[in-house]
Write a protein that binds this ligand. Structure first.
Ligand SMILES: Cc1cc2nc3c(=O)[nH]c(=O)nc-3n(C[C@H](O)[C@H](O)[C@H](O)COP(=O)(O)OP(=O)(O)OC[C@H]3O[C@@H](n4cnc5c(N)ncnc54)[C@H](O)[C@@H]3O)c2cc1C
Length: 435
């Protein structure tokens, strides 16, 4: 008998977890994703600032140990639920304009069970110029672009023709978004500026300025007041400008405009704001959230709701939604890797149990709230409280963040190399210029 076919859309935290742990002896598995690697997103800011090599911040989808899993480098553009078919188009960076080129030829993949996990894009809030002039931090190639631009700016500022005022503009790094991603990016850059860059670029490193811009009244708004005020005070003490209540109006090459301060020169602007639904999520004919971020709605077993109930059936029994792209009706869980992985584990248990005992357990998904942890630079961090337990700050919070970040990687080889790199960095400094 042929094995039931599970089709997974997306190779991010949710899709990659499923592909790593679903039973390949019970199921034939296919992943469709434009990315042939899965990024360990919590490690991206560190990778951009040279804490370790880029390859440690991602994992390839294809693996020797699970070679029976099929992967196609493509985007799913639509799904016909009635015929259980996903319609796909290959995803290559520079496809040939010729329609006979294989990279332009659409294809269909049938499924028995479908997992929808295409994540989210970055929300630019339709701000003019952002897609052209800002940098993002969603995957390893974004982290590489940030690092390359940083060194190009340092080299430009070091040219004999560069004036001090131009050096100050070039070496202003503005980060839009005061959530954990924006704050960690600022913290890692500041650490780099105060250590390796000071030695490598002694003449221009003093011109480096870092600023965080957010429309909200506070940065790290998901934390308690005591913690976000602490983070704010520590960042400002290290000369990181924290500009809250700031409305970015447009971004151009070398500058951006805010409603409050007018034109601000900068050499690099990293856009690290909220999420936006990807095209597939927007276009699917299923029930979705009606307010805020557009997400696919599922029941508590992660089954996707139909747009209209058919013959009394409200959900597709064989279609599941998870990760940032989906939410359980009435739950409003955050868009985090933690939630994506817990839901993926739930589905792995569901499918692997089902292969052994049919029907599988009917237990609904329950989210186990973990503590929020953020790095704020200079070996300091903030950890949110939980229940009756208070949050805390300082070196022990940094150590908890550090050890947590190494546990994000699922490969022991990656963990060992990261630990070894940290040890070598602490003894000899980062090898940043060589990467
Ligand atoms: C810099 C950064 C740091 C973060 N730090 C943390 C942290 O410390 N802790 C935490 O819990 N969370 C963190 N997050 C959030 C976390 O990364 C996301 O919540 C998580 O990636 C969501 O997983 P996902 O599988 O839903 O989506 P993603 O990981 O975004 O993966 C989606 C996948 O689907 C693919 N895809 C998109 N459209 C299609 C399509 N049409 N067809 C096929 N494939 C498609 C994408 O290419 C991608 O491979 C961080 C995020 C960022 C950007």
């Amino acid at each position: 008998m042929s094995k039931p076919h599970i089709l997974i859309i997306g190779s991010g935290w949710a899709g990659f977890y499923l592909a790593s742990y679903l039973s390949t002896s019970a199921y034939s598995i296919t992943i469709i994703s434009p990315r042939r690697t899965s990024a360990y997103t919590p490690l991206l800011a560190s990778a951009a600032c040279g804490l370790f090599n880029f390859y440690l911040a991602e994992e390839p989808v294809r693996s020797k140990s699970r070679s029976s899993i099929k992967y196609h480098k493509a985007n799913v553009i639509s799904i016909t639920f009635s015929t259980q078919t996903a319609h796909c188009i290959p995803a290559f960076d520079s496809p040939s304009p010729s329609s006979s080129d294989i990279s332009n030829q659409p294809f269909d993949i049938p499924y028995d069970h479908l997992i929808i996990a295409p994540g989210c894009g970055t929300n630019t809030f339709s701000t003019p110029g952002v897609t052209t002039h800002a940098l993002f931090l969603k995957n390893v190639s974004d982290a590489m672009t940030i690092r390359k631009l940083l060194f190009d700016l340092l080299e430009k500022a070091s040219l004999p023709t560069c004036t001090p005022s131009l050096a100050a503009s070039l070496l202003h790094v503005a980060i839009v978004g005061g959530g954990p991603t924006g704050v960690e990016m600022a913290a890692e850059l500041d650490d780099l500026a105060h250590h390796e860059l000071r030695d490598m670029y002694p003449e221009v490193a003093p011109y480096i300025r870092i600023s965080i811009w957010d429309v909200a009244p506070n940065i790290l708004g998901a934390y308690d007041r005591k913690l976000y005020e602490y983070a704010n005070e520590r960042l400002v003490r290290r000369n990181i400008a924290v500009e809250t209540g700031a409305h970015i109006e447009k971004v151009e090459q070398g500058a951006f405009w805010t409603k409050e301060k007018g034109k601000v020169d900068c050499g690099m602007l990293v856009w690290a704001t909220g999420n936006k639904a990807v095209d597939l999520t927007e276009s699917l004919d299923v029930r979705k959230t009606t307010r805020g971020l557009v997400r696919i709605l599922t029941d508590s077993h992660l089954r996707v709701y139909k747009s209209k109930a058919e013959d009394g059936d409200e959900v597709f029994e064989n279609v599941f939604g998870l990760g940032d792209a989906a939410d359980i009706e009435g739950a409003s869980l955050p868009t985090t890797a933690e939630v994506a992985c817990q839901k993926a584990k739930y589905l792995v248990d569901f499918f692997n149990d089902r292969a052994k005992t049919n029907p599988p357990s009917a237990k609904p998904f329950e989210y186990q709230q973990k503590r929020l942890v953020s790095y704020i630079g200079s070996h300091d961090g903030v950890i949110a409280g939980r229940g009756d337990q208070e949050g805390w700050t300082g070196r022990s919070a940094w150590l908890a963040w550090r050890s947590g970040s190494v546990m994000w990687t699922r490969s022991w080889r990656h963990r060992l190399v990261i630990l070894l790199t940290w040890l070598l960095n602490s003894i000899f400094g980062k090898e940043i210029a060589k990467m």
